[in-house]
Design a protein around this ligand. Structure first.
Ligand code: GLN
Ligand code: ZN
Length: 768
């Protein structure tokens, strides 16, 4: 029996790579220094895995920015627009080209856009989307993988295992940049380059090569399946003397099981954390010879492995295949876990004993092997930790659990239907047509951030901090009144982050000091950890909303983050289904909504920025997810009186296949992102005849550019042709937190003017 790892975090325990890259981009260090930082991280990671006793250790899992971008460079899939970087720029050409593709290029009179970025399957990691043309050619362009394998081999010998994204997933995760062809047909041109690559690695001494094919867990077309067969048959025919491991993760193979187990390769890796139930079918179909890598240690979460559970799976596989055909592994690359739990010195020790980060997960893989060889004390230690979590009062709160089990339809419904509520809101708020508002946050300037840093360091007292935040809030409210916005916000100056702010005040959450995970390039996030039943010991936002409301006669919107978004952007419990955790958060937010209402706040926005990104990978699972996600939102809003107006906000614009669920949320007003697509995506709402009020963003807040009044007015005119004008609101795309004040002021003034224009020009339609 062997052990392996599929990939290790590359940012460094102290985020050294992030810092080095940013210094390199700012011309503060040279390529040499950048490479030194990289080499040190790689060598430390390899040494660590060697010391842990892992048998097959990944290399080429390191990347300066993104492993998919590395593949595009390796395969010479470099979009034409970057050609000038190679011909006209003298410098570190390959590196400049690489970072130009990642981040765009504005130097030496060139202005080239970056490649598009999107989420890596259902994770919060973002990759750079490969771009293909009809005449796309491939050739080995970058030598990085060969250099990295050489370095790894020096340290690890035959344990060094190069990792590449497999040919079919590489194509499927990319995008056609012109019409008239299907990117999957490029497999014929692509496979010979993979053959060459694999042969070169073999000549360099590779024994194993890992090809990641996560697309094997997705819904595949017949053509896609044929591409898998074609690619791996061609490779098998033209390569010998090196073992290929195909790695799948994030879900079950399901209808692709037959295809996957029959690929002519040496080993298949499967995710038994997300989908332990798939083991039986795989064992039923697996041909002789194929080795099976069992992903039993969760690569996407922070919890200690339950050895007893893993051993059941491993023993079942051994019973059928024999130990020689088994490899034990984490479920997926550890890229998605924080790096080292040992660095956390402030987590409650009882809870810390239930946790494992990447470094600890490697040890778990190795320990499982030792236990199978007879080490019982390791098993007992693990059992004790698992047991303590199961019975701890820190986790289990009967009152919270009971509240969730007792949910009724009534909890999740408003008293009256929308049309009745709308009439009450018209009478109560007396807003003009095309009412203007914002999404919540106003610029988080350095000054505001400094205040929080000083409070943390004890350089400011809480009273001093709060006075300063009050000042910022007053100024913000005054300014909104001055320019004539209709529904005001307090500005969210007291919040560091829309999830963290709530997590810090809810029971059942903890925060790490160093639990960073790469999000994209040099950007890292530090998600909160939900460890126990979630409850709300006290009001969370009432103080600030009340304070802001007292500064004005206009309606002041209360601002909350919704349960699905809080769940999606945290590490979640693995001892309870996501639906239950979400419902617990939903009740906590519901209580906050009621507290705001009781404090006189008549309009409350519950942001669900992340509902769409929670969609499962397989379409068949979408309805079930959407049902509970929508229900959780309805629980948050279901307790208020009809006269209270509930808003929600979503940071994206593709609603086509989820529109009926969005409607089922029954928010009185939804604000969405539409300005970049010129309102095109409003069509989903129009086709569906979306009944409630809607604020299509008229201003793209992701750029400092100030849109003109005419531009925004014409977007409103467009929206008015699609939806009943009485239902339309006027607002930016998203919160203004990342913007600077001057551009924000100019853009919002223009926005208010655009609403006025719309009121004059679209009057006739309003009467209908
Ligand atoms: N209310 C939040 C803000 O304005 C919403 C942010 C978001 O949707 N990402 O910042
Ligand atoms: Zn948003």
């Amino acid at each position: 029996m062997q052990t392996q790892n599929l990939g290790y975090p590359r940012i460094g325990g102290q985020r050294q790579l992030k810092k080095a890259c940013e210094q390199y981009w700012a011309n503060k260090i040279d390529l040499n220094e950048l490479n030194q930082v990289a080499r040190k991280i790689k060598e430390e990671n390899w040494q660590l895995q060697l010391d842990a006793g892992i048998d097959l250790i990944p290399c080429n899992d390191f990347s300066f920015y993104d492993q998919v971008l590395d593949m595009s460079l390796l395969l010479g899939a470099i979009p034409q627009r970057y050609a000038p970087v190679l011909t006209e720029v003298k410098g570190n050409q390959e590196t400049d080209l690489y970072f130009a593709m990642a981040r765009g290029y504005q130097k030496y009179g060139l202005d080239i856009t970056a490649m598009e970025m999107t989420k890596w399957l259902d994770t919060n990691y973002h990759y750079l989307v490969p771009e293909f043309t009809a005449k796309q050619e491939f050739r080995i362009f970058s030598e990085k993988v060969f250099g990295e394998f050489n370095a790894a081999k020096k340290l690890l010998g035959e344990k060094a295992k190069p990792v590449l994204l497999g040919p079919v997933s590489y194509l499927l995760l990319g995008k056609e940049k012109e019409q008239g062809f299907n990117r999957i047909d490029l497999i014929k041109q692509l496979v010979p380059v993979y053959v060459e690559l694999i042969n070169r690695l073999k000549q360099q001494g590779a024994e194993w090569i890992q090809l990641d094919e996560p697309c094997l867990v997705l819904d595949l077309s017949k053509k896609d399946k044929e591409a898998f067969e074609f690619a791996y048959r061609s490779i098998a025919n033209r390569v010998s003397g090196v073992k290929i491991l195909v790695a799948t993760y994030f879900d079950a193979l399901l209808d692709n099981t037959q295809l996957a187990v029959n690929l002519p390769v040496a080993a298949l890796h499967v995710d038994l954390v997300r989908a332990p139930e798939q083991l039986e079918e795989i064992l039923a179909l697996i041909p002789d010879q194929l080795q099976l890598s069992l992903g039993v240690v969760d690569g996407r979460n922070v919890w200690k492995n339950d050895y007893e559970k893993s051993l059941v799976l491993i023993n079942r596989a051994i019973e059928q295949l024999g130990a020689d055909r088994i490899i034990i592994a984490p479920s997926c690359s550890l890229l998605h876990s924080p790096i080292d739990l040992d660095l956390e010195t402030t987590i409650d020790l009882e809870i810390k004993n239930w946790m494992a980060f990447a470094k600890q997960k490697l040890n778990e893989v190795a320990e499982l092997k030792l236990i199978l060889k007879g080490n019982d004390s390791l098993l007992q230690l693990n059992k004790a930790a698992i047991q303590s979590r199961k019975s701890s009062e820190k986790v289990h709160k009967p009152l919270v659990k009971n509240r969730v089990t007792a949910i009724t339809e009534g909890d999740a419904s408003r008293n009256s239907v929308f049309s009745v509520r709308q009439q009450l809101h018209i009478n109560r708020f007396n807003l003009p047509s095309f009412p203007t508002t914002t999404i919540g946050s106003f610029p988080q300037t350095d000054d505001i951030r400094q205040l929080r840093a000083k409070l943390k360091k004890g350089e400011l007292s809480l009273a001093q901090y709060e006075t300063a935040i009050e000042q910022a809030t007053i100024a913000c409210v005054r300014w909104q009144e001055e320019i004539g916005l209709d529904v005001l916000v307090h500005g969210e100056f007291e919040r560091n982050d829309m999830v963290e702010y709530f997590g810090e005040q809810l029971d059942g959450f903890l925060f790490t000091k160093n639990g960073w995970v790469q999000s994209y390039g040099s950007r890292c996030v530090k998600p909160p950890v939900i460890y126990g039943d979630v409850s709300r010991p006290d009001d969370m936002t009432v103080r600030w909303s009340k304070f802001a409301a007292a500064q004005t006669d206009r309606p002041m919107k209360g601002m909350l983050t919704g349960p699905v978004t809080i769940l999606q952007w945290s590490f979640v419990r693995d001892d309870q289904v996501r639906e239950t955790t979400t419902n617990q958060i939903a009740f906590a937010i519901r209580d906050e909504v009621l507290a705001l209402e009781a404090a006189g706040i008549g309009i409350i926005q519950i942001d669900e920025a992340a509902i769409r990104e929670g969609l499962p990978l397989r379409k068949a699972k979408h309805p079930q997810y959407l049902d509970w996600a929508v229900k959780a939102f309805r629980i948050t809003a279901g307790g208020v009186q009809d006269k209270t107006q509930i808003h929600t906000h979503m940071c994206y614009s593709e609603f086509n296949n989820i529109i009926e669920h969005i409607a089922a949320m029954d928010a009185d007003v939804i604000t969405i992102e539409t300005s970049r697509s010129q309102m095109e995506l409003l069509e989903a709402f129009a086709d569906f005849e979306y009944p409630n009020e809607i604020g299509p963003g008229v201003y793209d807040i992701h750029s400092p550019r100030v849109p003109s009044t005419e531009e925004m007015a014409s977007l409103l005119t467009k929206a008015a042709t699609l939806l009943p004008t009485r239902n339309l609101w006027v607002n930016p795309d998203c919160g203004l937190k990342t913007r600077k004040w001057p551009e924000t002021k100019a853009a919002l003034q223009n926005m208010v003017a655009a609403a006025k224009l719309a009121r004059e020009q679209i009057k006739v339609q309003y009467v209908n």
